[in-house]
Design a protein around this ligand. Structure first.
Ligand code: UFG
Length: 322
């Protein structure tokens, strides 16, 4: 059985939808940001908190867990700057509790959701896994701390792990059942689509004076379904003992500026956006674009879906939940 912690969240629920077709799955989620109805009904759902060791004990003592996939975290760059305590408590301290209980039950396979925010302001145009990691916000810092903890645990306790550093996750499931639903929403693509559906007055572009061709920030958007496939490949690499420890970037290898994302949303939806230029948002690097060559070579995974397809799937979903 595979334990998916945070399996009711945006990325976790997409992984569960895929994983359940081949493995038994138990989902642990405190529903602080996740949605129980996003969890595939074939999975066992357990409402509980990572920070609460008795909830963890209840799951590990009941089910024969062979691997843990850990999605449960706070993940907003801007919020982490104003409330770092929340990030270090939920993302670092609670993960330590999870690892402690895993080791107690001799569960040694771990897939960890990390982030491009671990790189900070990159020194290179296309970021490889061996690029310098120097986060510029507490969110990225909290994820890098866990990565370092995992490296020490691998040596001391024989933990086997894969760290997946996501770039910008977006898009929705083809099933139409699950998509991106945060409250409040802060992410660019859902905000644009909500505006184009008439749910927001305008779109604010956070800074147009960055050192990029059109002055707006560049990001590497990756479809949640591609992310889900990468997790399955990573899980298999641990279970078939191909990997003991590994760190992989998950991205498309192609960057789009905020303005380009808005243009593509207009093209996909056939609607015109009302855009205003606002102040820069704290903690935003100008450009984050992945090299995903390492995982392609090691596990044969690559992102299949480009920006237009990501936006079309998200648009379909947003219209359905209108
Ligand atoms: N942006 C706007 N206006 C908005 C919302 C966002 O201009 O209303 C801009 C942001 O400033 C940024 C870009 O759009 O330049 C993307 O912003 P998102 O909030 O969608 O995503 P982030 O890049 O801030 O962060 C996301 C995840 C993080 C992860 C990071 C990795 O939320 O968890 O991608 O690249 F670390």
């Amino acid at each position: 059985m595979i334990l998916v912690v945070g399996g009711a969240g945006y990325i976790g629920s997409h992984l569960v939808e895929k994983l359940i077709k081949r493995n038994e799955v138990v989902v642990l989620d405190n529903l602080s940001t996740g949605h129980e109805d996003a969890v595939d009904p074939s999975a066992v759902f357990f409402k509980g908190d990572l920070g609460n060791e008795s909830d963890l004990e209840a799951v590990f003592s009941k089910y024969p867990i062979k691997a843990v996939m850990h999605f449960a975290a706070n993940s907003l760059v801007g919020e982490s700057v104003v409330d770092p305590l929340k990030y270090y408590e939920n993302n670092v301290a609670s993960t330590l509790k999870l690892l402690r209980v895993m080791l107690k039950y001799n569960v040694k396979n771990f897939i960890f959701s990390s982030t491009a925010a671990t790189y900070g302001i990159p020194e290179v145009e296309i970021i490889g896994e061996d690029s310098r990691t120097q986060p510029i916000n507490p969110y990225g810092q909290s994820k890098l701390m866990v990565e370092n903890i995992l490296a020490d645990f691998a040596v001391a306790y024989d933990l086997r792990y894969v760290v997946l550093r996501y770039f910008n996750a977006a898009g929705a499931s083809e099933s139409g059942k699950i998509g991106e639903m945060h409250d409040p929403e802060t992410h660019l693509i859902p905000i644009i689509l909500q505006h184009l559906l008439g749910q927001r007055e305008q779109i604010s572009v956070f800074g147009d004076d960055y050192d990029t061709p059109d002055g707006t920030c560049i990001r590497d958007y990756i479809h949640v379904k591609d992310l889900a496939n990468a997790h399955i490949a990573a899980l298999d690499s641990l279970l078939n003992e191909q990997n003991k420890t590994a760190i992989y970037n998950l991205g498309n290898g192609q960057g789009y500026s905020v303005k380009e994302v808005i243009d593509t949303c207009e093209k996909v939806t056939g609607k015109k956006a009302n855009v205003v230029i606002a102040e820069r948002r704290a903690g935003d690097p100008a450009r984050l674009v992945a090299s995903a060559e390492k995982i392609r070579q090691a596990l044969g995974w690559k992102a299949e879906r480009k920006l237009e397809e990501i936006i079309s799937s998200a648009w379909k979903w947003h219209q359905s939940v209108k």
